[in-house]
Design a protein around this ligand. Sequence first.
Ligand code: ACO
Length: 482
Amino acid sequence: MDRLNKVNYQFAPAAAAGGSKKDSLSVVDNRTGKSYELPIKDGAINATDLAKIKSPAGAVTRSYDPAYMNTVNCISRISFINGEKGILEYRGYPIEQLAGKSTFLEVAFLLVHGELPTSKQLATFSKKVMKNSAYHHGLEPFIKAFRHDAHPMAMMSTLMAALSSFYPEANPAYVGAGIYNSRQERNKHIYRVLGCAPAIAAACYRHRIGKPINPPKEDLGYIENFLYMMDADPSDKDYRPHPKIVNAIEILFILHAEHELNCSTAAIRHMTSSQADVYTSLAGAVTALYGPRHGGANEAVLRMLDSIGSVDNIPQFIQDVKNRKKVLMGFGHRVYKNYDPRAKLVRTIADDVFSIVGREPMIEIAMELERIALSDEYFVKRKLYPNVDFYSGVIYKALGIPTEMFTIMFTLPRLSGWLAHWDEFVEDPENKIVRPRQIYKGYKRRDYVPAVERRQLVDQELKYVIDSKDARREASLKEARA
Ligand code: ACO
């Protein structure tokens, strides 16, 4: 290094090393030899800037990211996650403080409106939500039409979409998307959804267990009312759920309320971008949450613990996971590469719940599974830690909530996060229809061939698995055809 370079290096090491202090990325396209400078803002390049980089034939360059592993889709002010450090904040407030001091409705207000409410604002908000705690009576025949063993998430997704049909005066399909420009109009839908979702969930549960549906009691607290609608029998005069159980569910609801751009929240933004109404858009988010890779993991964890059966079977199970025959449900996360802060808090609620309803034996399997996994190189190397779903199912099981209802217990609070994102997106200056690109690798253009000239090119379409109850009929049809 010559003397001048040495001096430069001392004052501006990046520049002296050939770099610069600019917030940009210099790119050389080796196909054409051309150089480009792409600005970096908030740590991201603008993907549309890549379109300026053209192949010798003039084709634009795009980024390929099928699972959005490294793609920013929006600017949001609702929640913040630091996955490396295991930090989660709603509107700047640490999740630990909210879980310890707040209530679910206060958190819902915070998420939707951006600030914690004053006592007066909270009272008004709670009143408005509770005034909406009965769902439109037109929904009842839909609920009763489901089979007794219909999955509650399939019911919830259908019923959320069905809600849309009762409010045509606020449906962009009839009146244009401008309807949502009004804050008051949006509030109406937010109160209605938060208000009546617990009644829908409780009705699904009552339908499943074959008991009459309980109407809501507006004067109860939000969680209290939900538990009342699930559990009270006509003979239970002045029934009130156990305050410690209410408190445990309150905390679980706070922890599940919001989690930035996860699969289901991305889904509601996606639906909203087409200007579909808020209820149908929420139905899409419910569907995304349903899957076992996302909110359905709490149900899957329980089924996994059940199938492991005893602590003695854990080593074999872990081996199966490492051999890729099984997946350790409730472990791993796209963003957290550290302990999910929600999982830590969920774990602490378990003992409180057990002190009231008795210890759930599955907790022993879960704890041992966690202990072994966290010391096993396979999980350590991949930074796989328990996520929010790992312990929540054990708590719900202890509380006697059927396994199929677990993801409903996730859906109810998450509605507040989805609605906050819906509200934010409706007002977003970058609100455009979401429309990713594809790389086409199918046939080149070819001409239509008349049926008589065609060769058979598809073999699979007629093969299917015969349902055992159809076997007799299929055998008879086969015989008749022969
Ligand atoms: N068990 C075993 N191996 C796992 C697990 C797991 N639970 N999770 C990830 N891995 C492995 C993958 O096989 C992969 O290994 P490889 O690099 O050798 O191929 C590596 O860890 C990275 O995993 P990816 O699947 O690439 O991570 P991704 O970010 O795509 O997936 C996900 C995250 C879907 C949560 C995944 O960890 C998973 O399926 N976990 C189980 C389901 C679950 O608990 N979901 C709830 C998530 S929290 C929520 O949505 C509320």
